[in-house]
Design a protein around this ligand. Structure first.
Ligand code: C2E
Ligand code: CA
Ligand code: CA
Length: 554
């Protein structure tokens, strides 16, 4: 599919691959004065740029400086003519393009010296130092050209395969950096041998390679190339008589309408590659436009979420918890809301998972607890009742595994002066079951602070009921899914009854959540369930409305 393209670029690909020049042989001042003399550019600037070029730090030079040196080197007429001849003469081998180190010494004739320099400049600008493959700059240029060509032919597409080696960091850490480098070179050679006849391969980053394919006719071609790459890597690499296995996650994207620039195509391939990594690695994924929309909005949401605390966009809503026997208000559950400046109110199910993934849940959770305790302290003083009002606050997995959680909670209790007995922490059953030993140890420490503990969403986390007596908790909150069906299904009613009895036997009390209908309420009362929460009593409401409810319902 690709022969034509490869020919078009072959001079670039074959040019001066890994020239291991001995840079001590350069006399910077001499070369700089030579270039400077012909161009009348300040000697010091040229010298500085040459220094960066030779030490491999040319990329750190500002674009303007790079351009200046490029012009300096390209504008030497003789040099340019020679370079052109070389580029167009297939008989000239790489050896002739990059002179041997000895020819760099000051005795070599100036034309050869400058040619060598131009050659070195090209190499440093367009090729990866370690593997000798084209780098991102050169590869993007090819991609740009390929996209222009593809626009002229409507039935053919340009495709990008982004190859990310899996767990390369681990290999680097265990074998050492030098071995890691050798492995990268070996991987690059295998990939290059496979790709060169059909496309252009480059190394973009440490453990990331990109393949450009033109004239793509079907997705099946791309899939078989991706599979070919996986096959290729599946043979182990030999290192000091030790077989090292490498796998890769591959993201595939191809130009369709709407892909005007190379960066978009690369970005899509990157998204697909990350999807492949997230789905277990050693696989390929084909980019799908829906994923792009999701990735963009997720990225935006994440950025906004990082700023939300600082901008005070969070707010706590309070949902009453009611005594089923007396119908009196006993306390509230604190439920987080995010007042987004553009999107309006966002509910926790839409952002808590993201907050957990990014670790932001820790500062957010801390804020919720502090805020809720402060509010309870105010309400308890304003509405002194017996027993005092309570507040329930949700904790996520991340918070439970955070080493300083207990200390943080202790500090908040101290700061706000709230009575710990009135504060209930809710932890879902699934969090406890994910890692029962750790969870139970943390729960015990929290219990020692005098707090009350509650298992949330009980009945959904597959805990063996026999396990329950190990949980140092005071309350079971039966999940909404059981309550919603007790109207119609006798079986659900029995389950609820069993849970209530079990809780009593263990000295725990029971809250049922999601009570929506008078019939559900009647059933729960008949089971002598103590507490209820749900839309039948009230939706979660803001602080002012909650305060009004206290006035009315106590
Ligand atoms: P959850 O802890 O199970 O909270 C109960 C959820 O059920 C709340 O949703 C509440 O508004 C809703 N709900 C209450 N009564 C009824 C009812 O009668 N019918 C129905 N259909 N729903 C009812 P919300 O506020 O959207 O919160 C969802 C989840 O987000 C919470 O589930 C909790 O897991 C999490 N969450 C909320 N705030 C926080 C927080 O501050 N920290 C953490 N870690 N998680 C939180
Ligand atoms: Ca809860
Ligand atoms: Ca719940």
């Amino acid at each position: 599919m690709q022969k034509q393209t490869v020919d078009r670029h072959s001079h670039l690909q074959n040019e001066n691959r890994t020239s291991s020049v001995d840079e001590s042989l350069y006399n910077l001042d001499e070369i700089a004065s030579l270039v400077s003399y012909e161009l009348r550019t300040p000697l010091t600037s040229i010298r500085a740029a040459l220094g960066l070029l030779l030490t491999g730090m040319f990329g750190t030079l500002p674009k303007k400086g790079q351009r200046m040196l490029e012009i300096a080197l390209n504008n030497t007429d003789r040099l340019l003519r020679l370079a052109e001849e070389l580029e167009h003469d297939p008989k000239l081998s790489r050896k002739n393009v990059v002179p041997e180190p000895s020819s760099f010494n000051s005795a070599a004739d100036p034309a050869t010296q400058r040619l060598a320099l131009l050659s070195l400049w090209r190499q440093r600008t367009y090729y990866d130092r370690l593997t000798g493959l084209p780098n991102q700059t050169l590869w993007i240029e090819h991609l740009e050209q390929a996209l222009v060509h593809a626009q002229q032919k409507s039935d053919q597409a340009v495709a990008v395969l982004l190859i990310g080696l899996d767990r390369f960091q681990i290999i680097n850490d265990s074998l050492g950096r030098a071995a890691g480098d050798r492995l990268l070179i070996a991987v690059a050679q295998r990939l290059e041998a496979y790709i060169q006849p059909i496309g252009i391969i480059a190394r973009l980053q440490e453990d990331e390679f990109a393949v450009l394919l033109e004239d793509v006719k079907s997705i099946d071609d791309l899939v078989s190339i991706a599979q070919g790459i996986q096959q290729l890597l599946s043979d182990s690499f030999n290192f000091e008589n030790q077989g090292v296995f490498v796998t890769a996650s591959i993201g595939i994207a191809w130009s369709q309408e709407g892909h005007a620039c190379p960066e978009d195509l690369l970005y899509d391939a990157d998204t697909a590659m990350h999807q492949a990594k997230n789905q277990g690695k050693d696989r390929y994924e084909i980019f799908d436009i829906g994923v792009r929309v999701e990735a963009i909005s997720r990225l935006r949401l994440e950025t906004d979420l990082r700023l939300a605390l600082e901008r005070q966009e969070f707010q706590i809503y309070y949902q009453p918890i009611v005594s089923l026997k007396t119908s009196k208000l006993t306390g509230f559950e604190a439920l987080l809301r995010w007042q987004h400046p553009e999107q309006g109110m966002i509910f926790p199910t839409q952002f808590i998972p993201l907050a957990e993934e990014t670790g932001l849940i820790n500062p957010i959770g801390e804020w919720v607890l502090r805020q809720a305790c402060q509010q309870l302290q105010i309400w308890q003083q304003r509405f002194p009742v017996s027993p005092p009002l309570t507040i329930s606050v949700n904790l996520s997995t991340q918070q439970i595994t955070q080493p300083d959680l207990v200390e943080q909670v202790r500090q908040i209790l101290d700061e706000t002066g709230v009575n710990p007995n009135s504060v209930k922490l809710e932890i879902t059953e699934s969090i406890i079951m994910e890692n029962p030993e750790t969870a139970i140890a943390v729960l015990k420490q929290l219990k020692q602070l005098g707090l009350e503990l509650c298992v949330d969403d009980f009945g959904t986390g597959y805990s063996s009921l026999a396990y329950l007596h190990y949980f140092p908790v005071d309350t079971l909150k039966i999940d909404r899914s059981f309550i919603s069906q007790i109207d119609s299904e006798g079986e659900q009613l029995e389950i609820v009854q069993t849970i209530i009895r079990l809780a009593w036997n263990l000295g725990m009390n029971v809250v049922t959540e999601g009570v929506e209908t008078p019939n559900q309420l009647a059933q729960l009362k008949s089971l002598r369930c103590e507490y209820g929460q749900g839309y039948l009593f009230s939706q979660p409401v803001d602080m002012q409305a909650a305060q009004q409810l206290i006035g009315q319902k106590l």
